[in-house]
Design a protein around this ligand. Sequence first.
Ligand SMILES: NC(=O)C1=CN([C@@H]2O[C@H](COP(=O)(O)OP(=O)(O)OC[C@H]3O[C@@H](n4cnc5c(N)ncnc54)[C@H](OP(=O)(O)O)[C@@H]3O)[C@@H](O)[C@H]2O)C=CC1
Ligand SMILES: O=C(O)[C@H](O)COP(=O)(O)O
Length: 496
Amino acid sequence: MAGQGFFQDILDGDVFKYYADGEWKVSASKKSVGITNPSTLKTQYKVQACTQEEVNKAIESAHAAQKIWAKTPLWKRAEALHRFAGILKDQKNAIAESLVKEIAKPQKDSVTEVVRSGDLISYAAEEGIRIMAEGKFLLSDSFPGNGRNKYCLASKIPLGVVLCIPPFNYPVNLAVSKIAPALITGNAVILKPPTQGAVSALHMVHCAHMAGFPKGLLAAITGKGSEIGDLMTMHPGIDCISFTGGDTGISISKKAGMIPLQMELGGKDCCIVLEDADLELAANNVIKGGYSYSGQRCTAIKVICVMESVAEELVKKIVEKMTKLKVGMPEDNCDITPVVSESSANFIQGLVEDAKTKGAKFHQEWKRENNLIYPLLIDNVTPDMRIAWEEPFGPVIPVIRIKTVEEGIHFCNANNFALQGCVFSKDINKAILVSNAMETGTIQINSAPARGPDHFPFQGLRDSGIGTQGVTNSIHMMTKVKSTVINLPVESYSMG
Ligand SMILES: NC(=O)C1=CN([C@@H]2O[C@H](COP(=O)(O)OP(=O)(O)OC[C@H]3O[C@@H](n4cnc5c(N)ncnc54)[C@H](OP(=O)(O)O)[C@@H]3O)[C@@H](O)[C@H]2O)C=CC1
Ligand SMILES: O=C(O)[C@H](O)COP(=O)(O)O
């Protein structure tokens, strides 16, 4: 049960506390925010609705703690992160339970998310030591007109306080993907968990608490993003924002000050299937890459552009494999579980109805039971249909039949989103040419799009984000350069 046993300190009655100054606290607001279980439609958990004063205080404490943390030896920082990772993985089943109940993630995927998060933390600890231990030594006479009378020692230093805002679909993994790089580089962290996913995130934070970080270094402030989000993203005490989510990120980028931003937003990942593709492989990847977690992944396949000569055969294979998808509840490890909210389900339904009205071919009947949407493959999709361009974030995939490869590349590049994509072909040379033409952050050749493994660079272009994630890139992004120049009275080689 959430908030029990190892986690008993984080619960106050039926409301989970927020975390600041190294303690679990009850907000002065005396208000809470309900978290609806997507499967039961009932309030599953409640979290504190924190106040502006509590936001201000947490950021103030974070700055104080960060000064001390920045002076903590790198190996000690790494040790604390390894402890955090170990405790988190020990608690994988308890945290998985809250993931199942607040975001309807299948139980097996929920456990995987927690284990993957522990691995990411440990990797960040080691990668961070290597990166932060290295600086740069420059000689002045390497630039024309200069003698060798200046030695420049350049090193990486922390930014200060990093605001980490993860989304509902990975409230643990996409939180630690921000928190771990921030901490190993000597920053403090303010975490604003997604409302749906907040309890899982708070359980993760308790593992960090038990690992023994300095008081105030990490805070978890709960409350609706629409209510306290601006307070945090526009706060003068925030030195960096790392955000993953929807187009909220675009509005945040317009409000934030002169600070480094790392934004990973939506995606419309295009799957181009060429005539020489291994269609069995392609079909298997559409199933795995398009329908897992009910398509609620920014890297999910969101449109298939298949050469018309092989379209019938590919569609037949996909449709047949779709019949094997288990539809039901996350507790039963079903493949297709309820989407995160009624509003999301309604949005998906809107896209489907639009496609129906405009003449798309449905290979399955539309079926919805509350937030549970049965998987659909919508064929003969044309550019006038919304689903050709918009991100359903649900178990619904459009198929566009193309006559030329260029048509597929056009669909990929004409979309506002540009996160990932994939191309299936047995000819690696052809696949590389197509990959190079697809203007997205990542292209997978002969496999479905995916963010993992988590040390790979991961970036969105256009409306899919700014900056690059992936452990190494996040570490670099959460630092700035400090130069110390030693000025010699004469050229350093004057003697001898
Ligand atoms: N790129 C990706 O990996 C993901 C993309 N998405 C896209 O986003 C859409 C909506 O998903 P959702 O998770 O609701 O995404 P949102 O962008 O609405 O929320 C993402 C995070 O931002 C917070 N937030 C909301 N408003 C503000 C604000 N004004 N200032 C600061 N933080 C804020 C949310 O908190 P709160 O929950 O309290 O609102 C949540 O923690 C999806 O349909 C999908 O298209 C969603 C998830 C992952
Ligand atoms: O934001 C998301 O949805 C995730 O970055 C996708 O990660 P995954 O490819 O590992 O599911």
